[in-house]
Design a protein around this ligand. Structure first.
Ligand code: ASP
Length: 330
């Protein structure tokens, strides 16, 4: 019999640590109430999959997570992955921004060991809660050799998603997580089944290390619409190193906003055209002459993940061409 892997489960809060007054409270409940040990105590079945250790790193809803939280999680996970007696890590997390933390880890960790970020849409106290099964599945995925070397994963609703692609796309249903190209695989009765691998560079093939980052540059997101006022864009651009403009459709920008965005680029702000559709490619020099304006485009990345990628890219010296290449590589 082979030895069970050692998995560290790191708690950060969220609905998976939440508690409602009654079982019918699937959407109205207190978040981030249960400690990670209390959660694991209700899941004795998981000890058949792995030797489990746990630690409470944070205890807050993921809507509160800022750049400092990302760095704190990244540094701690990097530290524990370097330990020989840790074979994989599971992070319990709120679902609201799970895709952002997971993508940040996917872009920065320097290890082939599995890292799985997991949350739930219903608290453990609710009817048909997904909390126990999602956590059990996440531990099963982290413990399995087939999860090595494919970057950070998000497990939810029996699906295994790559952190690069997954997005929360529903506010209350169990089936809330989508990857535009589909999940990497499924997990059933404690065994992951993979059908595809991530095509873009991650973890060991990136130049970023959480432990080498002391802070992240300020990159903002602006959601585009026809009545958005010029002064709002100017005010945001005035304090930013980068600005992701979530335009309509193929990264379209209302004509009165071209000037403030061109001025921002002239003043050294890295302006990136993205799409508020949440899906598809923003074609460079398509809807706007990006070369002429000195702007960047996101390729297919959603605004909130483009923000993370640009922050990391800006931690290194890079001209516009090099920054654009980052969006097509990761
Ligand atoms: N507000 C919660 C969070 O993201 C929601 C959840 O966990 O599902 O932390």
């Amino acid at each position: 019999m082979t030895a069970k892997p050692n998995i560290l489960v790191i708690g950060t809060g969220g609905t998976i640590a939440g508690q409602g007054k009654a079982a019918v409270n699937t959407s109205a409940y207190l978040c981030s109430v249960l400690g990670i040990d209390e959660i694991l105590d209700t899941l004795p079945q998981a000890s058949a999959l792995a030797n489990l250790r746990s630690e409470q790193l944070l205890q807050t809803g993921s809507e509160n997570f800022n750049n400092e939280h990302l760095l704190a999680i990244g540094k701690r996970v990097a530290e524990v992955l370097a330990q020989q007696d840790v074979d994989g890590v599971v992070i319990t997390h709120g679902t609201d921004t799970i895709e952002e933390t997971a993508y940040f880890l996917h872009l920065t960790l320097k290890s082939a060991k599995p890292v799985v970020v997991v949350g739930s849409m219903r608290p453990p106290s609710a009817m048909s809660s997904d909390a126990s099964l999602n956590l059990y599945d996440a531990i099963a995925v982290a413990a399995h050799p087939s999860s090595h070397g494919i970057g950070t994963l998000v497990v939810a609703n029996s699906e295994i998603h790559t952190a690069r692609d997954v997005v929360k796309s529903n506010s209350f249903k169990l089936d809330a997580f989508r990857s535009p190209y589909g999940a990497l695989g499924w997990v059933i009765e404690g065994v992951p089944h993979y059908y595809r691998r991530p095509a873009r560079a991650h973890t060991l093939d990136t130049p970023w290390f959480p432990e080498r980052l002391s802070r992240l540059p300020k990159v903002e997101i602006v959601y585009g619409y026809g009545s958005l006022e010029t002064v709002a864009v100017e005010a945001i651009a005035a304090n930013a190193h980068g600005l992701i403009f979530a335009g309509t459709g193929n990264g379209n920008i209302a004509s009165h906003l071209l000037k403030p965005l061109r001025d921002a680029a002239r003043h050294g702000v890295n302006v990136v055209r993205a799409s508020r559709t949440g899906n598809g490619i923003v074609l460079r020099n398509g809807a706007q002459p990006d070369d002429e304006y000195g702007w960047l485009t996101v390729d297919d990345q959603i605004p909130q993940k483009a923000r993370l990628l640009l922050m990391l890219a800006l931690t290194q010296d890079a001209d516009t061409n090099a920054l654009q290449a980052v969006f097509t590589r990761y």
